[in-house]
Design a protein around this ligand. Sequence first.
Ligand code: URP
Ligand code: ZN
Ligand code: ZN
Length: 472
Amino acid sequence: MTTTLIKGGTVVSATGRSAADVLIDGETIVALLAPGQAEAIGIAPVRTIDATGKNVVPGGVDVHTHMELPFGGTAASDTFETGTTAAAWGGVTTIVDFAVQRTGERVQDGLAEWHAKADGNCAIDYGFHMIIGGVDDDALKAMTYLVDNEGITSFKLFMAYPGVFYSDDGQILRAMQNAGESGAVMMMHAENGIAIDVLIAQALARGETDPKYHSITRPAELEGEATNRAIQLAKVAGNVPLYIVHMSASEALRELAEARHRGQNVFGETCPQYLYLSLEDHLAQPGFEGAKWVCSTPLRTKHEHHQDDLWKGLRMDELAVVSTDHCPFCMKEQKELGLGDFSKIPNGIGSVEHRMELLYQGVVDGKISLERWVETCCTTPARMFGLYPAKGVIAPGADADILIWDPNGHTSIGFEKKHHMNMDHSAWEGFEIDGKVDTVLSRGRVVVENDQFTGAKGHGKYIKRGLSQYLV
Ligand code: URP
Ligand code: ZN
Ligand code: ZN
C-alpha cells in the first residue's frame, strides 16, 4: 500500500476548519485523523508531508477554461499540456474546458476534436462542457446523447458574437427545453451581441479604435438585459438550471440575485479579472497595452460599483463560483491582430495559474472567509458540474487532489516572477499575494513541491461528469 500522510496542517472545507492529518492510499483519501492518531494506531506511511502551519484544502476546480480555443483568426496560446501544468502550479487539480461545435458542424465531431487535443497531454484531471454554436434538431439530439453517454452534462450558449457562436432566443429556448429533459445545466454568455455589434460599427466609424472601446461598446446594461432574458427563457422552459458565466456588471448581478430570491434555479460565476481589474487602470492603458485585458464580458469602469457588488455577491451566495475563463493570447501576432481595430483583438485573459492565489488575497483583505474561498473555488464548482464527491472536498473516498497552502508564504506574480502560462506577458503583473502554493497533489501524486513541477503530461485523466448536484 503506497500511503502518504499529510501531517500537522489545518484542513479547511467549505463549512469549517480543523486540525487533522490526511491519510492517502494510492490515489484516494482514506481517512482524516486526529493529530498524532496515525502513530498511535501504528500507521507507518511510506511518505509523510509536513503541513505544520499550513492550510490543507481541496485542489482547485476551475470550471471555465479554453485551451487551444480557435478565436478571431488565431487560437488560445496554452495547449492542454502547458495550460494544465500552469494550473497545477496554481493549486488547481481539475479543469473543465469547453469543447466547441461551430455552426454547420456536428456536435460529435467537435467533441472528438477536443478529446484529440487533450488526450495524453494533461497534467491534471479534466472534463468538458460543450459549446453549441448551431442549435438545430441534430444538435439537440446530440446534447441528449452527450449527457447519457459521454459525461458532458453542461452546455454553453452565446447571446453574443453574431455569426460565430450566437444563438437567437428561439434556439436558446429549444436548447433549454432539451436540457430540462436530459438534466443538463445550461451555461450562458449573457451579452446582447446584436446591439453590441451596432455600437462597435458606430465606434469604428467615428475612428474610436483603441482597446478601451471594447468595454465602452459592451455596456453593462446589455449584460443586464441579456442576463434577464436568459433567466426568463429558462423559466419559460420549465425552470431549467441556468448558470451565467463570467459575470462582470452590477446590472447583471441584480437580475441574478432577484431571480434567485424568487426561487429560480439560476447560478452565477465571476472571475478574478472582474474582481480586481478595471477599464481605467488596465484596458485604457496608453497605446495598444490595453489589448492584454480585452475579454468578454469586458472589464468595467471603477467609477461605478461593479467590483464591490461582485465581492458582496460572493459573500452572499448570489454568485456561486469563481472560475478564470482562462483564454490566453500573446501580444505578438495574436492580440496584435487588433492593432487599429479593437474589434479584431482576440478576446481573453490568461489566469488559470492565479485564481487560488488572487482569491486568497480576498481572504487576507477581508472580502471573503477562508471557508468561502474553498467553497467558491473548489467545492461548489465540483458540485455544480457533477464532479463531487471525487473532487472538491477532503474526505474519505475522495480523490487525493490536495493543495497545501502556506499562509505565511508570499507570491509575486509577474512575467519574470511567478508565471508558467504560455504567454508573452502576464495580465497580473505586479500582483502581490500574502500566501503561497506550497505543495500540490493530483490523485495522490505530488505535482508541485519546493517550487518545482514534479508532475507529468499524461497523468491527467478525462472525467465523465455526472449531473449537477444543484438540480431541483
Ligand atoms: O473573452 C473571453 N471570455 N474569451 C473566451 C470566450 C468566452 O466568451 O468565454
Ligand atoms: Zn463567454
Ligand atoms: Zn469563456
